[in-house]
Design a protein around this ligand. Structure first.
Ligand code: CP
Ligand code: NVA
Length: 316
């Protein structure tokens, strides 16, 4: 069966842990796996702009012995002149995997339904699961473990990052807290799915409008832009709505004494995070950015292996 990664819960807790183990081993020995030997081609399709996702997938696919095909917004027939289903059928005949950054999660689901090669969510309006794997790798490197640690996300709690923190951290057995203003909290179905996962892993989920409640004693503090891609026309309004949720030095002081700061980037200093926090000693954002490479290489290797499509399956 072809395995896809459209949402954080597409990996079981055990699978997520194995992907993180493999990511750590690929970080230590960068060219040790070649599941894309040939080279086989991986399509990396962008409907929205990107720096990290583009560079990390291009580099990662090359590291794994493959060849990346980067497709920029508006360069294919996908979604306007040709249906997602027909595009998926064509991609499947030539590519080893497809990474797609797009708007609607339903588009990714449709692509996966008609694809015989793995489809990976490179960010949608609803989720950014590749980023969470990189964040978990970063926290694991720093703390040595994930289960039982508390992560507090404050800011736009209705966006793709908040949703993926809920699902991905619950999968890792973490206590995940998200705080945002009324009207900008995660959807009930996402919270319910995160609670279900947390119930199986020993983690927990808290959703609140009170940033102080979320931050109290947290091991990791995270935030994201208040204006996600596609929301640019709401910038002025959002900047006011989220002002009380900025991660300042005072906010960090509410977290654990050895708390770390993460941000998926790009960051807007003086808005969702103070410069002294993101550029200060608690910040792990550059390790986090680098870990996109290692985490995604592990993910692609896992998806190809478990779909029976790897060119380099390890000896049993
Ligand atoms: N964090 C992240 O996904 O960055 P890009 O938008 O630059 O890919
Ligand atoms: N929430 C942000 C994440 C960027 C990586 C966005 O969707 O624009």
């Amino acid at each position: 069966m072809t395995r896809h990664f459209l949402v954080d819960t597409d990996l079981t807790p055990d699978e997520q842990a194995s992907v993180l183990d493999l990511a750590a081993s690929l970080k230590a020995d960068r060219f040790s796996r070649r599941p894309l030997a040939g080279p086989q081609t991986v399509g990396v399709v962008f409907d929205k702009t990107s720096t990290r996702t583009r560079v990390s997938f291009a580099t990662g696919v090359s590291d794994l012995g493959g060849s990346p095909l980067i497709i920029n917004p508006g360069e294919t027939q996908l979604g306007h002149k040709e249906s997602i289903a027909d595009s998926a059928r064509v991609f499947s005949r030539m590519l080893a995997a497809v990474v797609w950054r797009t708007y609607e999660q339903a588009g990714l689901e449709e692509m996966a339904e008609h694809s015989t090669v793995p489809v990976v969510n490179g960010l949608s309006d609803d989720y950014h699961p590749c980023q969470i794997l990189a964040d978990l790798l970063t926290l694991r490197e720093h703390f040595g473990d994930l289960a039982g640690r508390t992560l507090a996300y404050v800011g736009d709690a209705a966006n793709n990052m908040a949703n993926s923190y809920l699902l991905g951290c619950a999968t890792a057995g973490m206590h995940v807290r998200v705080a945002g203003p009324e009207g900008y909290l995660p959807r009930e179905d996402v919270v319910a799915a995160a609670r279900e996962r947390a119930g199986a892993t020993g983690g927990s989920v808290l959703v609140t409008t009170d940033a102080r409640e979320a931050l109290a004693g947290a091991d990791a503090v995270v935030t994201d832009t208040w204006v996600s891609m596609g929301q640019e026309s709401e910038k002025a309004e959002r900047t006011e709505i989220f002002a009380a949720y900025s991660v300042t030095a005072e906010a960090m002081a509410l977290a654990a004494q050895d708390a770390v700061f993460l941000h998926c980037l790009p960051a807007y200093r003086g808005l969702e995070v103070a410069a002294e926090v993101i550029d200060g000693p608690a910040s792990l954002v550059w390790d986090e950015a680098e870990n996109r490479l290692h985490a995604q290489k592990a993910l692609l290797t896992f998806l190809l292996d478990s779909s029976g499509l790897s060119a380099d399956l390890p000896a049993a």
